[in-house]
Design a protein around this ligand. Sequence first.
Ligand code: ADP
Ligand code: ASP
Ligand code: MG
Length: 406
Amino acid sequence: MDNNIVVMKFGGTSVGDAQKIKMVARKAIETKASGKDVVVTVSAMGHTTDELIELSKRVSASPSRREMDMLLSTGEQVSIALLAMAIEEQTYKAVSLTGSQAGIFTDDVYSEAKILTIDTKRIFDELKDGKIVIIAGFQGINQHGDITTLGRGGSDTTAVAVASALDARYCEIFTDVSGVYTTDPNIVPGAKKISAVSYDEMLELASSGAKVLHLRAVEFAKKHGVVVHVRSSFNNTEGTWIMDIDKEMEQAVVSGVSYDENQVKISVFGIPDKPGIAARLFDAFAGANINVDMIVQNVGEGGIAAISFTIKNEDLLIAKKVIQDIRDKLEIKEIAIDTDIAKVSIVGAGMKTHPGVAARMFACLGDNGINIEMISTSPIIISCVIRQDKAKEAIKIIHECFELDK
Ligand code: ADP
Ligand code: ASP
Ligand code: MG
């Protein structure tokens, strides 16, 4: 690395109004004045993205994903322009770039697009010209020249991908909390800030609902070795470093607790218990770009099986179509959809070497009258599906049970 580039990303709350945009401008200018080349990525202001989604619902019950991306990408376009103006107002040079102007090329999967490459020429040219370069988060362009978006929370991914493409020194994610905590500090006041988290643990936390970092951003950081610093937009305290952590070090049995209310459980009943059925079922979902999370199969009497699985809420509409299309072919007798579920998870690299962690989690929930409906485990994460109205209580209980507040 022979450059002095840093990437700074500011989320929606951090650019929530004109005053906050001016504050972000000052932070970018301070960094520039300290001798760095500065690239800033921003999200849409405040709740703009949610508001745009609400607006779309007023004109269509099932808007196409292409048009949703066209709509949602406008949010970030507003904040990049305002931030560039606020910086120029302080007589510093700045330029705002949309995803396409910044050379961010993605695949064709509207609303969940993956970044394929970043053509960095324009960004480097602007930096050479002494400008603070401001890039719209969450968006890119596909091979047809159409705007795509990277999925909710995707501005983090823009920032990390840009940092990787520019070979930046590090990527700072400025947000409305002071770092990554043992659980969501807005729900459990006793949550503790973690000073450093390994890429693997952060991957599991992000994939299980800790929305402080977008999952793809962590995947990118791990793959390309980008050091990420999550910290507050509103104070200067040290946040949380996401990086390779010395494997020799004693690792926490449980580092964090997360929850995800954005899940739906689909159950299909009365399917034949024979080879190839599950493959055909999940192939159909994969074909529609729907990620399936937990899967449980029960075999009943007489060679008849039931499969339950979970998907993201926003995929439900398409999932319903997929199931209807294959219902007859797979001889599905009955379908049930349950939107009132949540997934609670515990993550910790130390669990690999400490038996009994799962049993302890189940006991915490059971002792407090919380019923577990589905379970999944892998080396460093244990997840349970429970009733949604119990999710917040559950993470408080689990956090306490594992003494993470101590
Ligand atoms: P931004 O708009 O800056 O991208 P997000 O709302 O996407 O911010 O992410 C920050 C939020 O993530 C916090 O306000 C917090 O409520 C939530 N969160 C969930 N789990 C955690 C965790 N383990 N540590 C910190 N924040 C968390
Ligand atoms: N504005 C987008 C969202 O609300 C992207 C982001 O904030 O990261 O999901
Ligand atoms: Mg976010």
